[in-house]
Design a protein around this ligand. Structure first.
Ligand code: ATP
Length: 898
């Protein structure tokens, strides 16, 4: 077998599936674990080589590719030419420091993203050791039996051996956008790739149907591996806001450099200052006004947000969505699994002429059908068990001491029901092997199988949404399991009875067929089926979803349930979950009746949509967006992709979701839980607020510094702070302090405010006002302390040291003020701060001490030791800033309340 995969290269399509099995030595039950290990060693992991990371040196070098760095380098060269070696070396040291800090931060952000990519590793369903197993796609080896269903991305090249309505989108490989209908018969050796109907290739997408095939090529040997080798695209931590801010910083730098040149020119022409002094003043002005630390702080704030969301099971796939998440005003959620637990158990059934309770919990066979010593007629129970077991793709397996379901939990519940009816799965499956099937399809809302026993009988078994199944039946089985005319009204009542209790209702039916019938087509499912009965499944709402919905309502976010389930079931569950409008239910059929205008009205008013299909989801997103909603929409099926793409935030389910839905989404919920979605929205609001805090923290520092230099230059006073001191403040103290803001927790009232309008600029009038106000306060502090010290007879170096320390102290107090942008900071919570805040404050105090009192730093930064008593001034200035801002918040709060 060793060289068979190579020998057949790409001619597997010309062999029959039996020949493929023989060549690759594939047992009926699939490969054994030991054989898998052996084959993995032989062929390696099923992975394509990823994009090579940029070499370290290039990453380091790219850190210096910034306008700011160019400005600093020019400044360093001129100071060197002027013989100011000390300034040159400090500027160069700062450039280097900035580069290294950027390099490290970028590395950490990339690590965070790599971890996230790992969380989303693709999976595959295989048959190994006779069991269905969900494994990492990377673990597939040639000879594995791969099972495909709608929405899967094919994980390796396979030779198909069983195909049921399989349609595959091969655009990635062939460029052909129309999905191809697959078959399993062998083809001519010369058949072109696009026409090899019996093959499914790695990377292509299953649009519909199910199939089973044998892996013939993995990793780089697969067709896609041969063509490109590189598929994986690198995600970068970039969002519209960040781009906007980077652009802002760039333009600001240019404007400032030009302004500096102008100042230099006019100073040279009109003032007495020597050019060297003027040049140093311009350098100081330039570096003071450029917000050097801003881009790095914003990036790290986003990276922390992404990490926090991942820890709450919400994995961000596209970075820009983090900003949008905080602005979401409508959440459209699936029901099953997202709002409910998706742990199903049959609690009622209707067979013969009455309803029967079913007891027991989970997927266990303990529990009984019937009450008060009465049990349903045995003949009927037998038929029910037969349909429940055979028209079913799930398996129950003991894992970690618990009975778990591999596949659809609803089908798992039917297996448990069959056990309660004393049916033995292994015996029945052996007695009635499946010959063909029509897989479940969200449009049909049912699935059917064709089974043959060993006595020449053929039986069609079908299960699905009760109203659809009822429409396909002409009779129902009575107590003796003989067909009697169907009483539509009576069954309809029974369905409504179960659904209005919040139970998920499913109907089961059968039809004996001619023994020679080996294939099943949708037309064979005519109106002549025999109804066996209906079952009611309990799928309790998640308690945490109920709480999360209440939180969303408080935050001004409307929650809508869009489900494929029955209207009455949806309504009952919506009421249990506390949706706003849980009395009115619109169905997919209702939506079909409406034009876009009418749908907008309905979509706004109604919160529960039932029996919808993916097309309805798309129309609903569009209608809600037209009403100015920022819409988050969940989805799991292959056909949900258009709605997920259209929504402002598309959310796929990590467990239940198909690869197609995940790939179309912005966020993946690893645990499928609505509460995680609400947490992601909360985190989105937090990240946005923290970005806003970082901006409003950093910009006034530049404003205050630049203003004090301009004022000094204009009125011909000595500069209160030197260029090097400003570099220190901007690149060391401010960045360290701002880092504390990136870790800010969610504000207490964050989920009690209405959502922010998406298009609202971050620098709104409030923020601009705040930045101007604080700039003025900083200007006042710097100037007052400097001039006072000079007046009191201190040296210039001492006066500058005092000015620098005053500015940094004001920053520290401002940090506490900015932690609550528009509410009081002088509260117990505000004063206690967070560990991150105290760490950065401690660090900055230490750094300031070093800068002021150590000889080496004094030589570098032109500072001088200050008497301890003088340090009262910076503290007083800081307290002043805090008090003024508290007052401003109060006044502003009153004004906006009025
Ligand atoms: P949601 O959209 O909230 O996840 P859902 O799971 O009910 O709800 P669909 O998966 O579209 O939505 O299912 C629609 C209906 O089709 C179900 O209510 C059920 O009646 C039927 N159905 C679902 N899965 C199966 C299945 N495996 N076999 C037969 N019928 C099914």
């Amino acid at each position: 077998m060793q060289d068979n995969t190579e020998a057949h290269g790409n001619t597997w399509h010309s062999l029959s599936s039996e020949q493929v099995r023989q060549q690759l030595e594939v047992p009926d039950q699939g490969l054994e674990d030991t054989e898998v290990v052996h084959r993995r060693q032989r062929w390696g992991a099923n992975q394509l080589p990823g994009v090579k990371p940029r070499p370290l040196w290039l990453r380091l070098l790219s850190q210096f590719n910034h306008v700011l760095i160019y400005v600093l380098l020019v400044a360093a060269s001129v100071t060197a030419l002027l013989g100011h070696w000390l300034d040159t070396s400090v500027i160069l040291a700062v450039v280097l420091l900035q580069g290294i800090v950027g390099f490290i931060q970028e590395g950490r952000a990339e690590q965070a993203l790599a971890a996230i990519r790992h969380m989303l590793a693709p999976q595959a369903l295989v048959l190994r050791n006779g069991e269905r197993q969900r494994i990492d796609a990377a673990d597939l080896v040639p000879g594995d039996i791969l099972l495909l269903e709608a929405g899967d991305r094919v994980a390796a090249d396979i030779r198909l051996e069983q195909v049921h309505g399989l349609k595959v989108d091969e655009a990635l490989l062939t460029g052909e956008s129309v999905p191809v209908d697959k078959r399993s018969d062998a083809l001519d050796t010369q058949t072109a790739l696009a026409d090899r109907l019996c093959m499914a290739y790695s990377g292509t997408l299953v649009n519909a149907g199910t199939a089973r095939g044998i892996v013939v090529a993995t990793g780089e040997s697969s067709e896609i591996g041969r063509i490109s080798g590189l598929l994986d695209s690198v995600t970068v931590l970039q969002t519209p806001l960040l781009e906007q801010m980077n652009r802002f910083a760039k333009y600001l730098s240019l404007v400032i450099v030009l302004a500096g040149a102008l100042v230099f020119l006019s100073g040279w022409l009109f003032s007495e200052r020597p050019p060297v002094e003027l040049f140093m003043a311009v350098v100081a002005l330039t570096v003071s006004a450029i917000p050097e630390g801003l881009p790095a702080i914003l990036t790290i704030t986003l990276a922390i947000g992404v990490r926090r969301m991942a820890s709450r099971h919400a994995v961000v796939r596209r970075m820009p969505v983090i900003e949008t998440l905080g602005a979401v005003s409508v959440i459209c959620s699936d029901k099953t699994g997202t709002l409910t637990r998706n742990e199903m158990v049959v609690t009622q059934l209707v067979i013969g002429d009455r309803a029967w309770p079913v007891s027991g919990e989970g997927y266990h066979s303990s529990g009984r059908i019937g009450d008060n010593g009465e049990t349903p007629p045995a003949a009927l129970l037998e038929q029910l068990a037969l349909a429940s077991l055979l028209c079913n793709d799930a398996e129950l397996r003991q894992q970690d001491g618990q009975l778990r379901v591999i596949g659809d939990p609803m089908e798992g519940a039917l297996l448990a029901l069959a056990s309660k009816a004393d049916a033995d799965p292994a015996t029945l499956k052996a007695a009635w092997p499946r010959s063909d099937e029509i897989p479940f399809d969200a449009d049909l809302r049912w699935m059917a199988t064709l089974n043959h026993d060993h006595h020449g009988h053929a039986m069609l078994l079908l299960k699905g949404a009760p109203e659809r199944v009822l429409a396909l039946c002409s009779s129902a089985l009575d107590a003796e399991a003989t067909a009697q005319p169907l009483d539509q009204d009576w069954w309809q009542q029974q369905i409504e009875q179960l659904a209005s209790q919040g139970l998920r209702v499913l109907a089961l039916a059968r039809k004996p067929l001619a023994a020679d019938c080996r294939e099943l087509h949708v037309d064979a499912v005519d109106g002549e089926l025999q109804l066996i009965g209906i079952v009611g499944l309990l799928d309790p709402p998640r308690q945490e979803a109920r709480e999360a919905i209440a939180e969303c309502h408080q935050a001004g976010i409307r929650v809508k349930m869009i489900t494929g389930d029955h209207g009455l079931t949806a309504r009952a569950i919506a009421a249990m979950l506390g949706l706003h409008n849980s009395t009115e239910v619109a169905t997919g059929a209702d939506i079909d009746q409406l034009d876009d205008q009418a749908l907008r009205e309905l979509a706004t008013r109604v919160d529960v949509f039932a029996r919808t299909s993916p097309e309805h989801k798309l129309r609903l997103v569009q209608a809600l967006q037209a009403e100015h909603g920022v819409v988050a929409m969940t989805g799991d099926g292959v056909n949900d992709a258009p709605a997920l793409k259209r929504a402002d935030v598309g959310i796929a389910m990590g467990r239940k979701g198909s690869a197609a839905a995940r790939e179309a989404s912005d966020v993946v919920l690893l645990d499928d839980n609505f509460a995680s979605l609400a947490a992601a929205v909360r985190e989105g609001r937090t990240v946005y607020t923290n970005l806003k805090k970082a901006v409003s923290f950093l910009l006034p520092i530049n404003g205050g510094e630049a203003a004090s230099l301009v004022v000094a230059l204009l009125i011909g006073l000595t500069l209160p702070i030197t260029a090097l001191q400003i570099l220190w403040i901007n690149l060391v103290s401010s960045v360290v302090l701002a880092m504390g803001l990136a870790f800010e927790p969610t504000e207490a009232g964050a989920m009690r405010k209405p959502p922010r309008p998406l298009k609202q600029p971050m620098l709104d009038s409030f923020l601009v006002w705040r930045i101007l106000l604080v700039s003025l306060l900083f200007l006042g502090g710097i100037f007052a302390s400097f001039q006072w010290a000079l007046g009191a007879g201190y040296s210039e170096a001492e006066a500058r040291s005092l000015a620098v320390n005053t500015l940094v102290a004001m920053e520290v107090f401002y940090l506490f003020a900015v932690r609550y942008l528009d509410s009081a900071s002088l509260t117990l919570r505000g004063t206690l701060g967070t560990p991150a805040v105290w760490i950065v404050v401690g660090l900055v105090c230490l750094l300031q001490w070093l800068m002021t009192y150590t000889a080496a730093m004094q030589a570098l930064f032109d500072t001088a030791s200050l008497p301890a008593l003088l340090l009262v001034i910076p503290v007083l200035a800081g307290v002043g800033v805090l008090l003024v801002l508290e007052l401003e918040k109060k006044v502003m709060g009153r004004a906006s309340a009025a």
